[in-house]
Every structure is written in structure tokens, then in C-alpha cells.
Design a protein around this ligand. Structure first.
Ligand SMILES: [Zn+2]
Length: 268
């Protein structure tokens, strides 16, 4: 079995920490969507109709929590999600950042170390039909062209999905797991979710991505999990502080290399 890495690395070493999550709704959740491409239920061939939460929604919420917690500890407090990513803090290192589009205009990009999959409800959504209504214009109170889909997801619905951390160190794992446990609501502009609770069933450290909620729910045998405490993780606040120093070193190296890149110089 591979081990957690001692230090964060620039180039992948092919170690994956997989964390299967259960997200349990404590309230009925109303989902409204007027974006046509936003899928809230999905008809699987093997699983039937299920409620789903796209990974980008989970990732967005998780990144926000990791950043808030970091700011609370006074680490890079100016890094912000609204195109003001600093490209050098623990959160940017975990979730990725594009140098060119950030206000720092650094010549490098950071690839995300956190991966995921679509979260799928354990129960089918057949009983609930999505209502398609005409959206009402707020100013004229007239029914407009835009269609709106409204769905109710009943309380106690359990969503399952696997979060994967690539090239994990104890500090990276501690930060991610601490904030996964703080995931108590999933929200987005056009979606309202009730309160939720997360449960982590265990972890799997491997040289490949072996776990998937979709495969597990389709009846595919999954490898056994280890209990969380086998990782012997540091406390989250110590983890942030150690990880910040480590990230600084990696980023300095990356920035120096990017600065020397002849292709980049030509473009200038
Ligand atoms: Zn940052």
C-alpha cells in the first residue's frame, strides 16, 4: 500500500487518497433551476432515475470552506474567489488556479489536486416529477419566456460520492477532511439546498482511483476501506501552517522555472 507523501510535489507521483462521502439532507431541499444545462436528476440505465449533485457544485462549496478556514487562521487573507486568486496559498495549491487570469498575473498555473465525481442519491427520484413553470418577470409580473424547473428533494435523502486527493500529504488530507466535515449546506445562485450533514465512511490510499459511488451503487465490488485514524493526521490548524510553508517552497521553484522558460520570454 502506498503511503502519504512527506511534502507536496509539483509533478504527480501517482498516489491517490480516496474519501467516500455520504451527504445526508436534514431538511427538504427545494431546487430551482432556470439554466437549461443544469442537470438535477439523471436517468441511469442501471440505477434508474436519481437526484444528482454535479461535482463542480461540491467542489465550489468545498473550496470556499477551505479558503474561509485559511483566512480565519490569517494565511493569505487577500486570496479571494472573485478572480483574485493569489496562486500561492494552500487553497490555490489544493484546488488549482490560472496565473494569467488572476490579478497577480503570475506566469504559471496550478493544477487541482482535488478531484470528484457526480454525487448520486441512494434512492430513486421516480416519485417526484420536476415541474416546469414559466418564470415570472419581477418587474412586470408577467410570465416570461424562461422556463424554470422546480424539484423537491425529501429530507433524509442520502447522496453518495467519492472525493479524491492526488499526491496527498498528511497536511493536505487534514485540511480537506476537516472542511469536508464542515460541509453543512450546498448552495448556488439558482439552487437552494437545505441543511446537510456529511459522513466519511473511511479512506482508501492506492496507486489508482478505485472507488466510485456510481460503481458501488451499481453493485460492483469495491475494495475495503481503512478507518480515517490510520492516516494519523495533524490538527487542521497546524496542518494549514505547515502546508503554507511547504507550498511557498514549491511555488518559488515553479515560479523560478516559469520565469526562465524561453517560450514565455518570447511572448512578452
Ligand atoms: Zn490563493
Amino acid at each position: 500500500m502506498p503511503e502519504l507523501l512527506k511534502e507536496p510535489v509539483e509533478l504527480s507521483t501517482g498516489v491517490y487518497l480516496q474519501i467516500p462521502i455520504r451527504l445526508i439532507l436534514l431538511d427538504d431541499a427545494i431546487i430551482r433551476s432556470n439554466e437549461a444545462e443544469e442537470v438535477l436528476t439523471f436517468g441511469y440505465r442501471s440505477l434508474g432515475n436519481r437526484f444528482i449533485i454535479p461535482w463542480r457544485k461540491i467542489k465550489g462549496k468545498l473550496r470556499r470552506l477551505v479558503l474561509e478556514c485559511q483566512r480565519g487562521l490569517g494565511i493569505e487573507p487577500d486570496c479571494s474567489l472573485k478572480n483574485d486568486l493569489c496562486c500561492k496559498c494552500p487553497t490555490c495549491f489544493l484546488f488549482g488556479a490560472t496565473g494569467e487570469t488572476s490579478s497577480t498575473k503570475v506566469p504559471y498555473n496550478i493544477l487541482s489536486r482535488v478531484y470528484g465525481e457526480t454525487f448520486i442519491s441512494e434512492t430513486t427520484s421516480e416519485a417526484i416529477t420536476p415541474l416546469t413553470q414559466n418564470a415570472v418577470d419581477e418587474r412586470t409580473l408577467k410570465t416570461g419566456q424562461a422556463l424554470m424547473t422546480i424539484l423537491t428533494v425529501p429530507r433524509e435523502t442520502v447522496f453518495r460520492g467519492v472525493v479524491t486527493l492526488k499526491d496527498p500529504t498528511p497536511e493536505m488530507a487534514a485540511i480537506l477532511i476537516h472542511n469536508l466535515q464542515r460541509l453543512s449546506r450546498i448552495g448556488a445562485r439558482s439552487v437552494e439546498w437545505g441543511r446537510a450533514e456529511t459522513a466519511i465512511d473511511g479512506v482508501r490510499l492506492s496507486d489508482r482511483e478505485e472507488l466510485s459511488a456510481f460503481l458501488a451503487m451499481s453493485g460492483r465490488p469495491q475494495p475495503a476501506l481503512d478507518p480515517l485514524d490510520i492516516l494519523k493526521l495533524p490538527a487542521y490548524d497546524t496542518a494549514y501552517k505547515t502546508f503554507q510553508k511547504q507550498v511557498q517552497k514549491v511555488i518559488e521553484r515553479v515560479a523560478r522555472k516559469a520565469g526562465k522558460d524561453p517560450d514565455e520570454e518570447e511572448k512578452e
